[in-house]
Design a protein around this ligand. Sequence first.
Ligand SMILES: Cc1cc2nc3c(=O)[nH]c(=O)nc-3n(C[C@H](O)[C@H](O)[C@H](O)COP(=O)(O)O)c2cc1C
Length: 198
Amino acid sequence: MKVIGINASPRKNANTQTLVESVLNGAAQNGARTRLVNLRDLNINGCLGCEGCKKHIGKCVQKDDLTPLLQELKDYDAIVLGTPVYWFHVSAQFKMLVDRLYSFLEYGTDPETGKDYYRFEFPAGKKFVVVVSRGDGEPTQMLPQFYDYLNEWLNMIPLSLGASSIDFVHHYGAETDRKSAKNNAGLIEKAQAAGSRL
Ligand SMILES: Cc1cc2nc3c(=O)[nH]c(=O)nc-3n(C[C@H](O)[C@H](O)[C@H](O)COP(=O)(O)O)c2cc1C
C-alpha cells in the first residue's frame, strides 16, 4: 500500500505536519510505503479558471509544482490531507490544492435526458484521512456553525473523488502553540491509529 500525506500548513514542523506525519507513521508501521509533501516547499498557484482542463479532463494546463502532484495522487492507495484552520476555513495552500482538483471534473448535459451530470476523472476507492488543527477549543464559544460547515466541506472533497473511506483527526485548542500536538500523546496515538487503519 502506498500512502501520501499532504501538509498544507505554512508553519514548519507545527501541529498539522506533526499529525500528518503521525498518520503516515501509523501506516508505515503496518507496512505501507509513505511520502510526505509540504505544500509550503512547492511553487504552487491557485486555479486560473481558464477551463483549459475541460479540453483534456484531468490535465491542468499550469506549469507549476501542483500539476505533477495532482497526477501523482492517482497512484496512491490512500491520501492524508492536513490543514490548519484559518479564518474558520482551510489555509490558502490547501484551498489552492482543492481548487486545482477541478481539473479532474467533467460536467455537462446529457443530450438524451437533458439532465446535468458531473463526474471526476480520478480513480475511485482510495482511503482518505483528513487532519485539521485549530486554535479554538471544542466545544468552541465562537461561531460553531462555521466549524460544522467546514467539517462538511472537508468531508465533501474525498467524497467527490470517490473515496472508499474518510477518517478525521481533529486537533482542538492549539491556540498559537506549534508544539501543542507534539505534547499531546493521546492525540498522536489517535493519528497513528488512523494511519494503522489504512
Ligand atoms: C491566519 C490565521 C487564522 C487563524 N484562524 C483560526 C480560526 O478561524 N479558528 C481557529 O480555531 N484557529 C485559527 N487560527 C489558529 C490555527 O488554526 C492554529 O494555530 C493551528 O494549530 C495552526 O496549525 P499549524 O500549527 O499546523 O500551523 C488561525 C491562525 C492563523 C495564522
